[in-house]
Design a protein around this ligand. Structure first.
Ligand code: ZN
Length: 314
């Protein structure tokens, strides 16, 4: 059996539903210490939510050495009903050449791979120029307030810098290594209180059913594209260039996007409604774009959109 698989199985055997670490970090620290890692456990969180964090570092003796850190978590999400599992989630089991157990994908196999990769690397390059570190937490699958955030804060406070960081979250689509993601944008959650008015069934017009009120509100929330991706990320870099301010329209409210609507009307002059758009090449569309951008507009004081745009950027 490979050392990575063996270690992954050891880690899966530790029940570590958030915020429990289940002893995973001890196993990892015991592997790293003989390689020259200084292992520091940071326990955090309130009494009813004790989180275990591990900061382990093999510091290079060379001045100004860069630090590569592996970041990850030992906790797993709750198992759900045990009888819905084919095998016990905390008993690693191999079936059809695959490893089953809670955390096999997210992310105990990754943790095992971190460790064995470090062992192999240090054995091959005992005097390499950089420092290697591991930042592990048992609070990633929960609210994640007492985990990585807290460790990063205390590292910052002592002037510890991570130059490079590899996060071992499972990201592949079909096979291992077919995808690398550049960060993740997180999620948004909140509480929605919908208040109704109680009433008698004989007088329904005097009552207000909160379930009926909740459904449209929920549909509206679900219809919003909250994040447009990287396109919008540097928004504040350009926002100050527009003295009128930057306005994000509500979804499903095209009348709030006057320019947009107007542009649609202009585009229609070249691409009439109901015409077959599939016959147009990219080149055709570029040509129409150029015509639109270089056409003087009354609303812009007879300047062209291209002029206004380039002036704005100056
Ligand atoms: Zn994960």
């Amino acid at each position: 059996m490979s050392r990575t698989l063996h270690l992954a199985e050891q880690l899966i055997s530790c029940p570590s539903v958030t915020p429990e670490d289940g002893g995973c970090q001890q196993i990892i620290a015991a592997r790293l210490a003989p390689l020259g890692f200084v292992c520091e456990t940071m326990v955090s969180g309130p009494d009813n939510f004790r989180v275990t964090n591990l900061w382990a570092k093999r510091t290079s003796s060379r001045p100004g050495a860069k630090t590569l850190a592996f970041a990850g978590h030992t906790d797993v999400v709750p198992t759900g009903p045990l009888d819905a599992w084919t095998s016990n989630p905390f008993v690693p089991t191999e079936r059809n050449g695959q490893l089953f157990g809670r955390g096999a994908a997210d992310m105990k196999s990754s943790l095992a791979a971190f460790v064995t990769a470090i062992e192999d690397f240090v054995a091959a390059h005992p005097n390499h120029a950089g420092s290697i570190a591991l930042l592990l937490t048992s609070d990633e699958e929960g609210d994640a307030t007492h985990g990585t955030t807290l460790v990063v804060e205390s590292l910052k406070a002592r002037g510890e810098v991570l130059d490079y960081c590899i996060v071992g979250e499972p990201t592949s689509v079909d096979t291992l290594g077919d995808m690398i993601k550049n960060g993740r944008r997180g999620s948004l959650s909140g509480k929605l209180t919908v208040k109704g008015i109680q009433g008698h069934i004989a007088y329904p017009h005097l009552a207000s059913n909160p379930i009926h009120l909740a459904a449209p509100a929920l549909a509206e929330l679900a219809s919003i594209t909250w994040d447009q991706g990287n396109e919008m990320a540097p928004h504040d870099l350009v926002a100050h260039l527009f003295p009128e301010g930057v306005f994000f329209a509500y979804s499903g409210c095209p009348w709030q996007r006057g320019t947009n609507e107007n542009s649609n009307g202009l585009a229609r002059q070249y691409l009439p409604r109901n015409s077959d758009l599939s016959v147009h090449t990219d080149e055709d569309l570029r040509r129409i774009e150029t015509l639109l951008n270089t056409r003087p507009r009354k609303t812009l004081g007879w300047r062209t959109p291209a002029e206004v745009f380039t002036t704005g950027l100056r």
